[in-house]
Design a protein around this ligand. Structure first.
Ligand code: ADP
Ligand code: MG
Length: 692
């Protein structure tokens, strides 16, 4: 095992390295840009670029790339070498400030949602100095934003950075009213990442996994997750070796990989880093997902990040732990010992409550995807209805505020195990709620609706913007107040009363909750296709405009991109299922029933009844007939989809026609599978994939 403190961040051009290799004034100028957004001079960028290059070259690096996050949800890179020709036919390694600051990838093949005609191909990447450069696979990667020639935003990082700015601006104003001078407020995120690992040699035999990331067929295996023996279970040697390799790779990239454990479903695991600045945490999570896949390959495994690779067992999510703090690390959602008396905490808490209630639709859109639709509302994932859990203690505090009655704190209780040798301890004032989509967990909120493959940028853009919007309103209301403390308390009360409907501390998985949520007027956007149109609602366009996050055109183009991506994903699933039906399942069923029929024939000649063969052939034939019909219906549904032009119509059609046709075909396929002999099966089963 390597020396971890030495290994950690060894591939990152971070603060420590910057301090060591940059001349002092240059280092100071760079830090000022990173910490307070001060303008960076080109002469400074030149020195930084050169030092960055020298540092990288010493580590064997030959190329650099502007690393960016287009709307595909994954990252993009185009490598350029450092070589610069010199007279005499020689070359030198060179990297200028200009190359560091600006790149010009062709933007025409990235999703733009009609924002840009294809002939207007120019796109620019621009250095984000607030997220450190790093070396990945021998390439110096520079985190950048991505814009079109006419300045439209084509990526996830730009709006995220803008939303961070909006939070800071509004929160600094509010803190000032509390007499707290601070230059910057940031949001922090710790994303818990769930994933599956399956053997590569089995994975490649399943076209559904290869093309779509999820199984489109597959009867349940005899054993699933019902014994609860996987969650936190001892980690097998094979997986353990993977995890330790993965940790090392992440540590080298300065990613604070901290917690690992087996998850609920068989072959499912989780990795959680220590939280950090949302911008960097987002870059790190994108990197984490990439490294997870790469390391798996080295171990003969495939890392599945799809939200629902297997029907009937838990899907994979990504819990977005979120808080808001000063740059110095003063967490504004820290209730302290006496939350009831902590006006600052209550005001920020009220802001989050109002933000979530006001923007349920946008939060739902931010986690919407074809894949996550299979996860939300099933097997231990929150439903599509957004509500907030605050816990017993805070619920009582909020209750007291709303009714204007005094709050009596419950005494801290200690917990005795009843075993002499085990020390008693003071327990938390509130239990956890695992069913809530948006739960307060002590000093942060945990947004649990994100899917495992989601970029966390989307959800955090919405959270930041929504909270910034409420905080701006708070600052406006309180800045002129004669008695700040009284005005703040009144505002907290007013907000808590107005948004009480969003708080729900009960069981979110219970069907009764969905009924109650409807009577409370909470949104229930069951599918992604239902959710997308809300993104471009007039009040949302106005919200984004108010905080300089997106223009109306950008909102509309993003809506279209999401709808297109949804329809394309489902279309690929339909084509894959149709192909597997025709090329794998049908031939397997026909071959096996043919073998049985032959045997029946031979037995008949011997005057034997062949009852079993005949019964089985009949059973298979009946299902095959329906299977073939369902396949034809699916083909027809795809033809129907291809006749539609508008992205919104395509998405709705996929939800209403394609997905039902797909499940109908699957149902017959999954009935056939258990009837076939093991050696007659067309591909590895759920049992093979999950219990290897
Ligand atoms: P759980 O018990 O919910 O599974 P984990 O320890 O797996 O908890 O993950 C909790 C996550 O929350 C970690 O990534 C942790 O760093 C993060 N976290 C803790 N405090 C904050 C905070 N103030 N802001 C954002 N994330 C935080
Ligand atoms: Mg966890």
């Amino acid at each position: 095992m390597a020396n971890i403190p030495e290994l950690f961040g060894s591939n990152v051009f971070g603060d420590e390295t910057q301090k060591a290799v940059l001349p002092k004034p240059v280092y100071k100028a760079l830090r000022a840009t990173i910490e307070s957004g001060a303008d960076l001079d080109v002469s400074v960028a030149n020195v930084v670029a050169n030092a960055m290059k020298d540092w990288a070259v010493e580590k064997g690096v030959t190329h650099f790339t502007h690393w960016f996050q287009p709307l595909t949800g994954i990252t993009a890179e185009k490598h350029d070498s450092f070589i610069s020709p010199q007279s005499g036919g020689t070359v030198l390694n060179e990297f200028s400030g200009k190359e560091l600051i600006k790149g010009e990838p062709d933007a025409s093949s990235f999703p733009s949602g009609g924002l840009r005609a294809t002939f207007e191909a120019r796109g620019y990447t621009a250095w984000d100095p607030t997220s450190p450069a790093f070396i990945k696979d021998g390439i110096l990667c520079i985190p950048t934003v991505f814009l079109s020639y006419s300045g439209e935003v084509l990526d996830w990082k730009t709006p995220l950075l803008r939303s961070m700015h909006a939070v800071s601006k509004s929160a600094v104003r509010v803190l000032k009213l509390f007499g707290q001078q601070t230059t910057r407020v940031i949001t922090t995120v710790g994303p818990e990442q769930e994933y599956f690992l399956v053997p590569q040699e089995l994975f490649v035999k399943r076209k559904d996994l290869v093309y779509t990331g999820r199984t489109l067929f597959g009867a349940p295996s005899p054993k699933g997750q019902e014994l609860d023996d996987q969650y936190f279970g001892a980690i097998r040697a094979e997986v353990s070796a993977y995890m330790s390799d993965l940790n090392e790779e992440l540590w080298k990239l300065g990613i604070l990989a901290k917690t690992q454990h087996n998850e609920v479903a068989p072959a499912q695991h989780e990795l959680a880093p220590i939280f950090g600045n949302t911008n960097i945490a987002t870059d790190h999570n994108q990197l984490t997902m990439e490294v997870m896949k790469k390391v798996a390959e080295k171990h003969g495994l495939v890392c599945l990040l799809h939200e629902k690779p297997f029907a009937g067992v838990n899907g994979s999510g990504k819990h977005n732990n979120w808080s808001i703090s000063t740059l110095e690390g003063d967490n504004l959602l820290e209730p302290g010992d006496k939350p009831f008396e902590n006006t600052r905490f209550l005001l920020f808490l009220a802001a989050v409550i109002a933000a979530v209630d006001n923007h349920q639709d946008l939060l739902r859109v931010s986690v919407a995807s074809a894949a996550n639709d299979h996860r939300l509302g099933a097997n231990e994932a929150p439903p599509a209805v957004i509500s907030m859990f605050v816990g017993d203690e805070l619920a009582a505090v909020l209750e007291a505020i709303a009714s204007g009655s005094p709050y009596v704190a419950a005494a801290a209780a200690s917990l005795a195990s009843g075993v002499k040798a085990v020390p008693d301890f003071v327990k938390d004032t509130t239990d956890r709620n695992r069913t809530s989509p948006f739960a307060f967990t002590g000093n942060k909120f945990e947004f649990r609706m994100l899917g495992s493959s989601n970029s966390i940028a989307g959800a955090n853009i919405i959270l930041n913007t929504a909270v910034a919007d409420v905080l701006t309103g708070f600052a406006n209301a309180l800045e002129g107040a004669a008695d700040f403390e009284a005005a703040a308390k009144a505002l907290i009360k007013e907000t808590v009363v107005a948004h009480a409907r969003i708080i729900f501390n009960g069981n979110n998985y219970a069907p009764a909750w969905l009924e109650e949520a409807a009577t409370r007027g909470l949104l229930n956007l069951r599918t992604a296709a239902d959710a997308y149109p809300y993104f471009a609602a007039p009040e949302n366009i106005a919200l984004f405009a108010r905080h300089g996050i997106f223009t109306a055109a950008e909102v509309e183009s993003r809506t279209e991109i999401m709808q297109e991506a949804y329809a394309k994903a489902i279309r690929i699933e339909a084509l894959t299922a149709a192909e597997m039906a025709q090329k794998d399942i049908l031939p397997a069923a026909l071959a096996y029933s043919g073998t049985l029929a032959k045997s029946a024939n031979i037995k008949a000649k011997l005057s034997l009844t062949a009852k079993t063969e005949i019964a089985l052939v009949e059973e298979i034939d009946t299902i095959v007939a329906s299977f073939v019909d369902a396949k034809a219906a699916l083909d027809a549904a795809v033809t129907g989809l291809d006749a539609l032009e508008e992205a919104a119509a395509q998405a709705a059609y996929c939800r209403d026609a394609l997905l039902p046709a797909l499940s109908a075909l699957r149902a017959y396929g999954d009935k056939l599978e258990p009837l076939l002999a093991r050696e007659a099966l067309p591909y590895p089963t759920y049992g093979d994939l999950l219990f290897y």
